[in-house]
Design a binder for this molecule. Structure first.
Ligand code: COI
Length: 331
């Protein structure tokens, strides 16, 4: 059995080699290149491919895989928003993802960034660099004094809720699907409007679907409390970036922690030292003292990367051996 793993980074290799030792019946070849209309040809003769990329998977990639008789595609990440569901169905692809590689990695990072926002650390560090060691005017806020509105109560949202409760914050939550435990605790509000009305912090932990794109738009910001804080470590397009910029200008939003951006594939996980890039919203947001932008790094821990590599390879092996997997994505 042969698997070709695309887009493999150096930091993933030890976990891939460890899995390979535990599964000597499988031959895994790793290449650093992403799967594209051209590199897909390298998969000829393999039984499955293991992939990760933020760039879109083109329809041609699936068409070519189908023509080589390969229908087993395992993602090393969770999000499937960069593939066309129609193409997946048309070419009979079996796609697996890694739905739970480390919810804590993302939840902990989003809480840490909120703490940085509330305690205004970016401003203090900048003052410090200028030899200005005064306190004022950066009076900050306490997490235990916030009403944290968690949108999305899946694996990551639930871990975030537990951390926030530990800090003594009041937590409210919104999700179309209610978790029975959280339901018992009475954490759910009935509508997003209600969450916007009550929350002093709003944190997003939902996937990107056509219906969630730009869920935080001008109309949503208008319903929120003045001085609300926004945290997004999910998907950039959940927020309309121009509406966020207007809301920051007006003071409606007091600060934002953004691990993801609408057009992040232009910038994140790339070395653009000395290069100019055409992304006005990126420059606008990153220049603000009350906005923390990080390069989609919330997931990036040793625990998460190990699980992403090893769970995805096991899922690919399952697909090849049995035609299915407990990580099969329903499109
Ligand atoms: C995902 O798992 O879908 C993520 O967002 C993390 C990815 C950038 C590796």
């Amino acid at each position: 059995m042969k698997i070709l793993a695309y887009g493999v980074r150096d930091d993933e290799m030890p976990y891939l080699e460890e899995w390979q030792k535990q599964n000597p019946d499988v031959e895994v070849k790793a290449v650093p290149e992403l799967i594209t209309d051209e590199t897909v040809e390298w998969a000829k003769g393999y039984d499955g491919v293991d992939v990760y990329q933020q760039l879109p998977y083109t329809d041609t990639v699936f068409e070519k895989l189908d023509s080589y008789g390969i229908h087993n595609v395992s993602l090393r990440n969770v999000g499937v928003d960069n593939m066309n569901p129609e193409a997946v169905k048309k070419y009979n692809m079996n796609i697996t993802n890694v739905p739970v590689y480390s919810p804590a990695a993302i939840a902990e990072f989003s809480v840490a960034q909120l703490m940085n926002l509330l305690r205004r650390t970016k401003e203090y560090f900048h003052k410090f660099d200028r030899n200005d060691y005064r306190w004022a005017p950066q009076i900050s806020h306490e997490l235990n004094d916030q009403v944290v509105g968690v949108i999305g109560t899946g694996h990551i949202g639930q871990v975030a809720i537990n951390i926030y409760k530990g800090f003594g914050a009041k937590v409210i939550a919104y999700d179309k699907f209610h978790n029975p435990e959280l339901e018992k605790e009475g954490l759910y509000v009935d509508s997003l409007e209600e969450l916007y009305k009550q929350a002093t912090v709003i944190t997003l932990h939902i996937p990107l679907f056509p219906e969630t794109e730009h869920m935080l738009d001008k109309a949503a910001f208008d319903q929120m409390n003045d001085g609300v804080f926004i945290v997004n470590a999910s998907r950039g397009p959940l927020i309309d970036e121009s509406a966020l910029i207007d809301a920051l200008d007006s003071g409606k939003v007091a600060g934002a922690a953004l691990d993801v951006l609408e057009d992040e594939t232009k910038v994140f996980n790339k070395d653009l030292t000395g290069k100019n890039m055409d992304y006005p919203e990126f420059w606008n947001l990153t220049s603000r003292e009350n906005v923390l932008v990080s390069p989609h790094t919330a997931f990036y821990t040793d625990v998460a990367v190990k699980n992403m590599v090893q769970y995805s390879l096991s899922a690919n092996k399952d697909l090849i051996e049995t035609g299915t997997s407990d990580k099969l994505v329903k499109f």
